[in-house]
Design a protein around this ligand. Structure first.
Ligand SMILES: Nc1ncnc2c1ncn2[C@@H]1O[C@H](COP(=O)(O)OP(=O)(O)OP(=O)(O)O)[C@@H](O)[C@H]1O
Ligand SMILES: [Mg+2]
Length: 232
């Protein structure tokens, strides 16, 4: 395994007085994918929100390429090369698909960063002029995925990227992630889709009640073990 340059250590966080995530640690190195798994409501999205800077850390540290991230606001973490795609409210519904893709780029207009992604997901290119709010839930997730990957960041935090997405597009998403990891990009992915994770994940962190209950390499743990944790 390569040297991890993204690390979170002893992270606890929650909402108000309610602690949801307790003492979680994880690490991701260049070209690696860390998957976060667990049943509904165990705190997966809460962890990602805190790592991305949308929720304060109660305890713990987040380090990225020698820099403490947890003291920085969300936009500074993004500037430092960490992008986050949330589970819900992933697009600006009143804006066009095109505006959703180019809004955050300084020039604010199309360039070539999405070309290869449009080849894989041509329906998005066909719908550039349409409002993002008129897309289906799965199409919105795909749009958010394409926008996030288009930022070409060193580290992507993706919260259930395949939720509602058509199977053939899920396969293509996996192919994009493998291509990007081969080029050194890192991913931290919350997912329920084990077939997808089998294609992309190197290591897995399983959560229950906000805590880590299992972690290890994807291939060592195997699907049956992971399924048990999701079904309990
Ligand atoms: N904004 C909020 N304010 C208060 N409590 C919240 C908030 N968001 C989530 N929670 C609570 O935190 C706990 C963990 O929620 P979280 O969304 O992190 O779970 P999850 O593992 O992502 O679940 P799912 O698989 O359904 O997406 C739940 O008990 C939830 O009710
Ligand atoms: Mg969630």
């Amino acid at each position: 395994m390569s040297q991890a340059d993204f690390e979170f250590e002893g992270v606890s966080c929650g909402y108000g007085d309610t602690v949801v995530v307790r003492g979680l640690s994880g690490r991701v190195g260049p070209g690696e994918v860390l998957a976060v798994l667990g049943r509904n409501g165990v705190g997966k999205s809460t962890l990602l929100k805190a790592l991305a800077g949308f929720l304060p850390l109660g305890e713990g540290q987040v380090q990225w390429q020698g820099q403490r991230l947890d003291t920085l606001p969300a936009h500074r973490r993004c500037q430092a090369g960490m992008v986050y795609s949330p589970q819900e409210n992933v697009v600006f519904g009143d804006l066009s698909v095109q505006a959703n893709l180019w809004l955050h780029h300084p020039a604010g207009r199309p360039d070539s960063r999405y070309d290869a992604l449009f080849e894989l997901f041509p329906r998005l290119r066909e719908r550039l002029a349409q409002t993002a709010g008129s897309l289906s839930g799965g199409e919105r997730k795909l749009l958010a995925f394409v926008r996030t990957l288009g930022m070409q960041a060193g580290l992507c935090l993706l919260d259930e990227p395949t939720e509602g997405v058509q199977p053939e597009n899920i396969e293509r998403m996996a192919a994009v992630i493998r291509e990007r990891t081969a080029a050194g990009q890192r991913f931290l992915i919350v997912e329920q889709n084990l077939s997808f994770l089998e294609q992309v994940a190197d290591t897995v962190l399983v959560m229950d009640h906000g805590q880590m209950v299992l972690n290890g390499r994807m291939q060592d743990l195997g699907r049956e073990t992971l399924e048990q944790y999701l079904l309990i």
